[in-house]
Design a protein. Structure first.
Length: 338
């Protein structure tokens, strides 16, 4: 009986999550019925009002105070509200992911989405070599994977499934309708991620979240830990690395921007430096956030000083790691997201 009680206790959150599937499906149906403009406006209004009441708002304000110490408090509050607005719109847009991206280079009429750097997409697709793409939680961060699929770029997006099994099931369902390859960030996906690059494909990942076993980088003037997966792959395969961001524009429009390949720092032997490469990518993301701070996910605990390595360990962590096999390239870094 005690064992049964323990099993039920452990299973209840999961069972409760699956019980929410009809509710979430109902919300998706409602968002589709309202259309993209009205549903995203509703999502934005909801989180602009509810978000500041949640514990995550305190995290957002603390992050903003640390990142912008000289900024007036009223401006920080405005940015935090914009971040809730963006998150509400992004959530509602999951119901419309298969229709949001309408960019057509030959179209003459108005489009919801525009793309800057489309030549880089074509080069990635046609150069016959693997490639890596980093991004961040800016605007609607799901759109780059849709763009890649529409333009025939063989790309696999690394993603972290939501903790709620109902949300994870439905998000996965929506993603598979509109995106290319997907790789859940689990230990079992290590070899799949390696094989993507090994076979000449392209791997995309969001790099702006905390990663416990990461390398130390500077972000917004503060040290934090970054997942070195892309840097390790770039070092091992010596393939190009691009950044992509989404900018939310007025009237429900978007602009996707793909950077040229980054010139990553190398050591004396000409090998890509893992920590230096992650710093280079993180610096690009910082520039994006500073340009549109209200479109970034400030509610995430990006900076965790208590988890930074000690001075001695920090020096060790900052050195490029030596991989003995292809599996070791990413064996410790596969539990992060796209």
């Amino acid at each position: 009986m005690l064992r049964l009680a323990l099993i039920l206790r452990r299973s209840f959150p999961r069972l409760a999550g699956f019980a929410m599937i009809p509710l979430i499906r109902g919300l998706v149906w409602l968002a589709r019925a309202l259309g993209p403009d009205r549903s995203t406006a509703l999502g934005a209004a909801l989180l602009r009002n509810v978000g500041p009441l949640l514990p995550a708002h305190r995290t957002a304000m603390a992050n903003l105070r640390a990142a912008f110490p000289d900024m007036p408090e009223a401006e920080r509050k405005r940015i935090a509200l914009e971040a809730w607005d963006n998150l509400g719109r992004t959530g509602a847009e999951y119901a419309h992911l298969d229709t949001l991206f309408d960019f057509d280079p030959d179209a003459t009429g108005p489009m919801r989405t525009e793309v800057a750097g489309i030549d880089h997409f074509a080069a990635l697709r046609d150069d016959g070599q693997p490639g890596l793409i980093f991004s961040a939680h800016l605007g609607n961060w799901e759109l780059p994977a849709i763009c890649a699929a529409r333009f025939g770029l063989d790309a696999t997006a690394v993603f972290r499934p939501p903790n709620n099994p109902a949300a994870a099931h439905l998000v996965q369902e929506v993603r598979r309708r509109s995106m290319g390859g997907l790789a859940a960030s689990t230990p079992g996906a290590v070899f799949a991620m390696r094989d993507v690059v090994e076979n000449g494909g392209h791997l995309g990942q969001l790099i702006d979240q905390h990663f416990t076993r990461g390398v130390v980088v500077d972000f917004m003037g503060r040290p934090c830990l970054a997942n070195p997966l892309l840097a390790k792959l770039a070092r091992h395969y010596d393939c190009p690395v691009h950044g992509v961001r989404v900018i939310r524009l007025p009237e429900g429009r978007f602009r996707l921007e793909l950077t040229p390949p980054l010139d990553l720092p190398r050591n004396a032997d000409g090998v890509i430096d893992v920590a230096g490469a992650m710093q280079a990518m993180t610096s690009v993301v910082e520039g994006w956030v500073r340009e549109n701070p209200g479109q970034w996910l400030w509610m995430h605990r990006r900076w965790r000083p208590d988890m930074l390595p000690k001075a001695r360990n920090a020096r060790t962590t900052s050195q490029p790691m030596v991989e003995n096999t292809q599996a070791n390239v990413i064996s410790q870094t596969a539990s992060q997201t796209l």
